[in-house]
Design a binder for this molecule. Structure first.
Ligand code: PRX
Length: 637
């Protein structure tokens, strides 16, 4: 191809971008030439947004694990593929070279096969941030099983919902996981979920925390015993399964506007190409770089930026088990210094939580290895941007803000480190191949600069989701029915006077709490399950650390004199149904909710009250009972 795989300058970005838009098929065929294929494609792209049909590299065959491991062995066999930093700084870190990781993935691929997992089967992975999680994912990819990783903070009920939806036959878990000074009993949570999951035949348990676990004969087996069996057989080679380009690589559940989590489906070739291309370009990867992404692998950022992006590029990925503030707020800086990380990619929430501490924690740390800082997952406010840039980046290295979604597979809008401009609190420019458009409520495309609207993408890209698991119509409805012939992101966005894109937040019923995506309906359903709750409505409100907090308005009939206890009871119910991440920050008990005459809850009013904008409630005359609003205003927390 006439342009380099890694973009080197702003001018080059402009010409590569133009090329990718004018000749998308030739462009992506050129990019795809950088991978190992068992069989080349017959067609680069087939698409129709009306029927929500998207296929990239049709007819091709390949294996993602092979592209992440085997492909690098000759040149980089002895290079660290994965560095693992434990929760507790007193414990030893672990390093796996490409050769070692390849070996462990093959061993575990045998374990899966020995336990009845075949190509196409769904495997649920519920583990802490330890190397075995990466090994499990890549072993699935090697044999063509579909992994569905569930974030370790989800409850038994949430796990059961996800396992049932995917009809997984196998679960891989740990006895427990460390998070700061807590031990999370993962296996025990799985045990609570499994009575509702008849599809699960085997549970593979990896020991990590030595938390006591119950092991059921015939169903539960130890990771270590199974690996030992494979070793006894001499660790035979296992060939990477030839997967069709459009075979599913993984399912990742995320929240939408309805209560039911949706299984976002990513496929083999397109996801690999996208994860790799965006990784190499956004972070400007160079041989020897150590990429530190703090995201949990339970989210898309972890899938793409801890696992598939760096490993497909032959980079060294640094994964950390714990949290940024334990044992103290110097932990991330200590890790950067210890492993000489070249990139630090994190969430605005983590930065805001560190801003609450003294910068003493940074003072004596040598952060000179860092070349790039990055953020993703939520809007980054300018205070956090400046703090991160100044303290971690000594005001001298690029800070790239990247906008993406579970559905997009990888960054869509974001600076390329040191190559394209950065701007405070602004994702800036689209990746090659991405055609963002802003539309008004009626779907008219807004041209020119200095405009705000709803963000849509008008052309497919390789890493986009292909369907929602088991429900293609939901996929079509959610993403392609709001605006004709466009993928609707659910985000509001502004194109500023320079033509840069700045994401302003969700415009649908989705909240972003500490960078975790939660549907209002999902949280309300959980609240409504609590005894005595008649009805509820939740809205987001600005929160200093979490970005967005959850404000719940609840109509409750019960022990009115025990408000605080009841609040805790309700929070516990939400924690049991979804997980602690969904607990409301504020609960206000109300006589009724503001509703229109047709019974629709006026969330706009509730949102304004939660935000404290009591004089900007707009027209309340259409409400069934306007006095309700006055009562809610006076009881505001
Ligand atoms: O609202 C946007 C916000 O996070 C949502 C997607 O969340 P999730 O599916 O968990 O994927 C996160 C992948 C990084 C988006 O719809 N969001 C993500 N990145 C940014 C952002 N909001 C503002 N700026 C960002 N850089």
């Amino acid at each position: 191809m006439s342009y380099p795989y890694q973009i080197q300058s702003y001018e080059q970005y402009r010409s590569v971008y133009a090329e990718s838009i004018h000749h998308p098929e030739a462009f992506w065929a050129g990019v795809a030439g950088h991978f190992s294929w068992h069989k080349k494609w017959e067609q680069v792209l087939e698409w129709d947004f009306k029927t929500a049909h998207i296929a990239w590299f049709k007819g091709a065959q390949l294996n993602v694990a092979e592209n992440c491991l085997d492909r690098h062995l000759a040149a980089k066999g002895d290079q660290p593929a994965l560095i693992w930093e434990p929760n507790d700084p007193e414990d030893a870190s672990r390093t796996l070279t490409y050769t070692e990781l390849h070996h462990k993935v093959m061993q575990f691929a045998h374990v899966l096969k020995n336990n009845g997992v075949s190509k196409g089967d769904r495997v649920c992975i519920y583990m802490g941030m330890i190397p075995e999680l990466v090994i499990a994912m890549l072993a699935c990819a090697r044999i063509g099983a579909v992994h569905s990783v569930i974030f370790g903070g989800f409850s038994a009920q949430s796990i059961a919902d996800r396992i049932q939806d995917a009809e997984a036959n196998t679960v891989i878990t740990c006895d427990g996981a460390y998070r700061g000074n807590k031990v999370i009993p993962l296996k025990s949570t799985i045990d609570d979920a499994l009575p509702f999951c008849p599809s699960v035949k085997k549970v593979i348990v990896c020991t990590h925390t030595r938390t006591p676990v119950s092991m059921l004969k015939g169903r539960d087996i130890w990771w270590e015993d199974e690996v030992a069996l494979v070793a006894e057989q001499g660790n035979p080679y296992i060939a990477p399964e030839s997967m069709d380009a459009e075979d599913t690589l993984f399912i990742l559940y995320t929240s939408g506007s309805t209560g039911k989590p949706k299984g976002v489906v990513h496929t083999t070739a397109g996801y690999l190409v996208w994860a790799n291309y965006t990784f190499v370009n956004v972070f400007q990867y160079r041989q020897g770089d150590v990429h530190f992404c703090t995201a949990d692998i339970g989210w898309i950022t972890g899938h793409t930026s801890v696992v598939y992006g760096p490993l497909s590029a032959g980079a060294t990925t640094l994964m950390y088990e714990g949290i940024p503030t334990w044992p103290d707020a110097g932990r991330l800086w200590e890790i950067v210094e210890k492993h000489k990380a070249t990139t630090l990619f994190t969430a605005p929430t983590a930065i805001r939580s560190l801003m609450g501490f003294n910068t003493e924690f940074l003072k004596d740390k040598d952060l000179s290895s860092l070349k790039t800082l990055g953020t993703a997952g939520e809007p980054i406010n300018s205070e956090a941007w400046h703090w991160f840039h100044k303290n971690a980046g000594k005001s001298s290295i690029p800070l790239v803000d990247t906008w993406w979604q579970t559905e997009t597979g990888g960054p869509m809008i974001g600076s390329l480190s040191g190559v394209t401009p950065t701007k405070v609190s602004c994702a800036t420019l689209p990746m090659p191949g991405i055609q963002p458009v802003l539309v008004d409520e009626q779907g008219h495309i807004l041209e020119g600069n200095d405009v705000s609207g709803n963000l849509c993408i008008k052309f497919p890209w390789p890493g986009m989701l292909r369907t929602t698991y088991g429900d293609h119509e939901r996929f079509r409805q959610t993403y392609f029915s709001t605006y004709e012939n466009m993928y609707f992101t659910g985000d509001g966005c502004m194109r500023d006077e320079e033509g840069f894109y700045k994401i302003t937040g969700r415009v649908d019923d989705v909240l972003n709490v500490s960078g975790h995506r939660l549907g209002t309906a999902e949280v309300e359903n959980a609240i409504n399950m609590h005894l005595g709750v008649v009805e509820s409505a939740i809205v987001g409100y600005p929160h200093d650390v979490k970005g967005e907090g959850i404000y719940a308005y609840i109509v409750y009939k019960g022990h009115e004199d025990e408000d605080n206890l009841t609040r805790q009871d309700i929070a516990l119910t939400v924690s049991r149904i979804i997980g602690p991440i969904a607990k409301p920050d504020k609960i206000q008990f109300v006589r009724d909710l503001p509703k229109t005459r047709s019974g629709k809850i006026m969330r706009r009013i509730l949102r304004k009250i939660a935000e404290g904008e009591l004089n900007q409630l707009g027209d309340t005359s259409t409400l069934l009972d306007p006095t309700v609003v006055e009562e809610i205003k006076s009881g505001r927390l």
